[in-house]
Ligand binder design. Structure first.
Ligand SMILES: *[C@@H]1O[C@H](CO)[C@@H](O)[C@H](O)[C@H]1NC(C)=O
Length: 462
């Protein structure tokens, strides 16, 4: 029943561990949805995109600038092009036209979860029409959202780890040109722990109409492949992407058949409606206790009584399938997020495989500016064809998630020792940092020793 690519925590022998593992995830239930309307709204958005994205911009594109400077060749012309690029390309951060948008109407939008957001696709589209410089590229624009509690960590090392986990996300965002929002405020006083992210994601959707996707990443998750990019094309017909396995949710009815600690959600009306349904199971509602019973009786491997967002998501997928499931993509092909215990043991060998690959391919070991890192990532794909993906693969795992380790509180799952959690986090963070530091000319030779670094010689690895 367990196929090789599945994380081992799905084995019966580790059920106890799995039921404790997901403390750091979050969600809702509910009543308000109309799939037909959502679909029509989506179509509207699509047609809007195709209308606005390719050619309505009068500003020169990157490609046209490139061609121009290449064909003309002279340095004077190149300078002109560069000036032109600096002035015209990219979003205009200094311009908010006086035309009314949803921001100006006190009735139209509430940032708090007690009032539903309506007609969001239309409102967002209107905002974009008034802010044309954001329209180009809007279809793939991503905002990473993460955060942690308002007060200091109980675990003396907790804040240090949170800082490093955040640094890791900032690195990934900078390399790929994504914006990132770190939230430290509890936006709804009753929505604690894993439920706290819902009001944040919701507010981020309203604050960032220019972003198509909000990508929630738990504070205890680290990007461990700085080159990998989300395959957005694969998700074009979906609104919510989570790491999960269909048969574990639908057939096994396992609450660990997915993980709610990392998800990608489209900035559209469907997502507001879905999150309203999701959080209707949360601690801010009078139905919280009732939902705890319902979720436990539906997903028998859930051992704790409280209603939690992860099981809530599984519930909406299986029990309100017609309403939601066709817009939810369960990504099981790569480590959209992955369980740290099975991943951290692989970093050393993966480092060696990558070094071996680079010894054989000059381009891969060529020094370069950090800004052009993405092109080297794309180039490397050619050499990763045999690597596989996810469990058992020697590709760098995309996201390593320290579920159960609780770095801030220190109340980690008793299945693990302190040491295995702390060592695992050090290794993950240094493994990731090595991919970053490389562009700055340094490397941590020992993944367990954060304080020592060595300079990287020219043409390394030999
Ligand atoms: C790492 O590689 C060595 C040598 O090939 C192998 O014996 C070992 O099992 C590998 N370790 C892991 C965790 O895959």
């Amino acid at each position: 029943m367990v196929s090789p690519e599945l994380p081992h925590y799905h084995n019966n022998s580790s059920m106890a561990k799995s039921s404790l593992r997901s403390k750091s995830s979050f969600w809702v239930s509910d009543s308000c949805l109309f799939l037909g309307g959502a679909f029509a709204a989506l179509l509207l958005v699509w047609s809007f995109w195709s209308f606005i994205t390719p050619s309505s911009e009068t500003t020169p594109t990157f490609e046209s600038l490139g061609t121009k400077s290449n064909s003309v060749g002279g340095s004077g012309n190149l300078a002109d092009s560069l000036r032109c690029a600096a002035g015209a390309a990219g979003p205009n951060l200094q311009y908010d036209p006086p035309e009314r948008t949803f921001y100006d109407d006190p009735e139209l939008v509430s940032y708090t979860i007690d009032q539903p957001v309506m007609n969001w696709d239309e409102k967002r589209r209107e905002w974009l029409l008034h802010h044309r410089s954001f329209a180009a590229g809007a279809r793939d624009r991503i905002l990473i959202v993460t955060g942690s509690q308002p007060s200091h960590c109980k675990n003396p090392m907790g804040d240090h780890f949170l800082l490093r986990f955040f640094k890791n996300k900032v690195d990934y965002s900078r390399i790929h040109g994504y914006d990132i929002f770190y939230n430290n405020a509890l936006l709804h006083p009753k929505m604690f722990a894993y439920w706290a992210k819902y009001p944040v994601v919701r507010a981020a959707m309203l604050a960032h109409p220019e972003a198509e996707w909000i990508w929630w990443v738990d504070s205890d998750a680290a990007f461990t492949d700085m080159e990998f990019k989300l395959p957005l094309e694969r998700y074009k017909d979906h609104n919510l992407i989570v790491h999960g396995w269909t048969h574990l949710i639908h057939e096994m009815k396992s609450w660990t058949g997915l993980n709610a600690g990392v998800f990608l959600i489209r900035n559209c009306q469907w997502s507001f409606d879905f999150m309203d349904a999701w959080v209707s199971m949360g601690p801010q509602t009078p139905d919280y206790e009732r939902w705890g019973h319902i979720l436990r009786s539906t997903f028998k491997d859930k051992l704790f009584r409280e209603s939690d967002d992860q099981t809530g998501l599984a519930y909406l997928i299986t029990e309100e399938k017609e309403k939601w499931a066709d817009k939810i993509y369960l990504e099981g092909e790569y480590y959209f997020e992955g369980y740290w215990e099975e991943i951290v043991v692989t970093y050393d060998n993966i480092t060696e495989r990558y070094n071996e690959m680079e010894r054989g391919v000059r381009t891969l070991r060529r020094r370069h500016a950090e800004k052009v890192s993405e092109s080297y990532g794309a180039f490397r794909e050619e050499y990763l064809k045999e690597a596989g993906n996810g469990r058992g693969s020697w590709r760098r795992p995309f996201i390593t998630h320290f579920t159960g380790c609780q770095p801030c509180s220190g109340n980690h799952n008793q299945m693990y020792s302190d040491q295995s959690c702390w060592d695992g986090m050090q290794k993950a963070l240094n493994f990731a940092d090595n991919q970053v530091l490389r562009k700055y000319g340094f490397v941590h030779p020992d993944l367990l020793d954060s304080s020592s670094v060595s300079p990287i010689p020219f043409d390394y690895p030999f």
